[in-house]
Design a protein around this ligand. Structure first.
Ligand code: ZN
Length: 246
């Protein structure tokens, strides 16, 4: 929506047994209240200036069923949709947000995100295999930097245990989001870069806990709960992303 917006706060309503959060935006150029959801499940409510939040909440409530249906649809999306063709207009995910693929011809290759687009500047823009390669490399590079940073941050919390810093590698794992060997080698699934950041953080904390407790024992879950109190919710969320296991 290309209307100058005054961003406001995040609010929530209760619908059935669910708390639904929404963000409010105001513009005096709007005549009615509008609502949008994106694949990361962010709800935005756009309203004319001075609309009471309570009215916006009512609209969200009225749309409750539609919102929950959208939520489960987004949950069911594969992070790596089958039959990707690497053509313009396709949806690709980065950190849980959907981007529309936009391939353009250029004199040098480059991949970047802009607004809601995954822009691929290619020297051979009609070659889908080449586009795939460029996107794959871009995911790998981002995954390596991001995973390393997130692991370093989380590892700070584990300093108290006097552990040797684990080796971390980004891997093409087929059946697991992460793995931790008894020697302290943590492997993280490269597909995590397509999921919301909290999923990655959950997997990292889970694997770091394995440096201390190697099995899924009650002691392990106690430790996990200490370092990631919200782990059950994240685990469930992660299960909603069906990995394409090839
Ligand atoms: Zn585990």
């Amino acid at each position: 929506m290309n209307i100058p917006m005054q961003k406001n706060t995040i609010n929530s309503i209760k619908y059935l047994d669910k708390i639904i959060e929404f963000e409010t935006f105001y513009s005096d150029r709007l005549k009615t209240i509008k609502i949008s959801i994106d694949p990361s499940k962010k709800i935005r409510v756009y309203a004319p200036k001075n609309t009471p939040v309570i009215n916006m909440g009512e609209i969200v409530k009225n749309k409750g069923m539609w919102i929950l249906k959208k939520f489960s649809y987004f949950d069911s999306l594969n992070v790596e949709p089958k039959n990707l063709e690497f053509k313009n207009g396709e949806t690709h995910f980065y950190l849980g947000v959907a981007y529309v693929l936009n391939i353009v011809q250029g004199t040098a290759t480059k991949v970047y995100l802009e607004d809601k687009k995954l822009v691929v500047v290619s020297t051979n823009f009609t070659n889908e295999l080449f586009t795939k390669k460029l996107i794959d490399n871009w995911y790998w590079e981002n995954a390596k930097t991001l995973f390393e940073n997130e692991l370093n941050n989380k590892f700070l919390e584990f300093n108290v245990y006097n552990l040797a810093k684990p080796i971390m590698t980004v891997e093409r794992l087929k059946k697991k989001w992460g793995q931790c060997s008894s020697k302290g080698h943590i492997k993280l699934n490269k597909e995590l870069v397509k999921l919301p950041l909290e999923c990655l953080n959950y997997v990292i904390v889970h694997e770091l806990c394995h440096l201390i407790e190697h099995n899924h024992s009650p002691r392990f879950y106690k430790l996990l709960g200490k370092h990631y109190p919200d782990w059950k919710k994240q685990k469930e969320k992660l299960n909603n992303f069906r990995l394409k296991l090839i």
